[in-house]
Design a protein around this ligand. Structure first.
Ligand code: SF4
Length: 347
């Protein structure tokens, strides 16, 4: 297992053209920023977190509201970021989430702000978050079977998650997108999940399981493929391939015949995942990551707290992205999962 290679120094800018954007050596430009704001979560999904949760980030190492707002604003104004998504852990675990959203919205009012959440507790906060400036939510939901949900997440909170999705939709955070990790355990319930999403006017995306589980038990042989999923769904629905709406999005889309409105399914195929990838990531403790699968991190928090001005922070960020890998290497025989799990990086 690799130890996170935290670089607090300056990444090399050798050969980098003079552009303000987050360009890498392979010509990709990151326009999408993922900001993890906590490692805490209200659930304990078996593929993501150990039963006891992730080790807590010391409070003084977590980015504050003001720091997050400053970095998001910098990314949009100086680095060409066009969409910001807040992740965790579970973003709703932060009581100051509404302040984070409001602060960012005030600074960059034209930039879409989105959140990935498990939906637990969202029913009580969806209106306030929408009022603060949140535009969209993706809700992680793998099954609508209560016993299956409780087993998978180690918490009996399905009702709260479903109420959260409805509340988000009713608060205007629509269309709500539901993300489901594709697993053997839930494959037989995939059609029920799709039917629930159709009934509730949510888009559904199946994501192939990634090697970022806390227990490091991921194995390619256990993966459910998109083809298997389509076979299962095909017994109840008529599906039509619709291709990729956005060439940089790691997903393909199928339309469900007879569905009212823009309901589709997207499955991320591993051979395509992350390549081309237009994302840049900030962890809850202020590390810059150029890729979900890389252990390469750059310490933006230290620079920020040492008094770096916006120009210095922007240079560090550009350098981190310039040194991004060609791909994630997930298909390579020697692939080693990153030390931080999905819950710690932010999905
Ligand atoms: S997958 Fe999401 S909801 Fe589940 S434990 Fe991880 S962060 Fe929490």
């Amino acid at each position: 297992m690799g130890i996170p290679a935290v670089r607090s120094g300056r990444p090399s800018l050798d050969g980098r053209p003079d552009t303000p954007f987050l360009l890498d050596r392979f010509g990709r430009v990151a326009r999408d920023l993922r900001v993890s704001i906590t490692e805490k979560c209200s659930l304990r999904c078996t593929y993501c977190m150990p039963e006891e949760g992730l080790p807590a980030i010391p409070k003084d190492e977590l980015l504050t509201v003001a720091e997050i707002v400053r970095l998001v604003s910098l990314a949009v104004r100086e680095l060409g970021v066009q969409e910001v998504r807040f992740t965790g852990g579970e973003p709703l675990m932060r009581r100051d989430l509404e302040q984070i959203i409001a602060g960012c919205h005030e600074q960059v009012p034209d930039t879409p702000l989105a959140m990935t959440t498990n939906g637990v507790g969202l029913e009580h906060r969806a209106r306030a978050l929408a009022a603060a400036g949140l535009h969209r939510v993706n809700v992680s939901l793998d099954t609508v079977d209560r016993a299956g949900f409780a087993k998978l997440t180690r918490r009996d909170r399905l009702d709260s998650a479903l109420a959260g999705i409805r509340a988000a939709r009713d608060a205007g955070l629509a269309p709500v997108k539901v993300n489901a990790v594709l697993m053997r355990e839930t494959l037989s319930g995939a059609a029920d999940l799709l039917q629930w999403c159709l009934d509730e006017q949510c888009a559904l995306r199946f994501i192939e399981e990634m090697p970022l589980d806390a227990d490091h038990e991921w194995a390619r042989a256990n993966m459910v493929t998109a083809a298997e999923l389509l076979d299962v769904l095909g017994t109840r629905f008529e599906l039509t391939a619709a291709g990729r709406a956005d060439p940089s999005a790691p997903a393909e889309t199928w339309l469900v015949d007879g569905a009212p409105g823009p309901v589709g399914i997207t499955a991320s195929a591993p051979r395509k995942f992350g390549d081309p990838c237009a994302r840049t990531r900030l962890t809850a403790d202020g590390m810059l990551r150029s890729c979900l699968f890389s252990d390469q991190e750059y310490d933006l928090r230290q620079a920020l707290r040492a008094g770096a001005d916006d120009a210095e922070l922007a240079t560090l960020w550009r350098g981190a992205m310039w040194n991004k890998w060609a791909g994630h290497g997930i298909d390579a025989a020697g692939f080693v999962p990153p030390e931080r799990t999905m819950g710690a990086i932010g999905g």
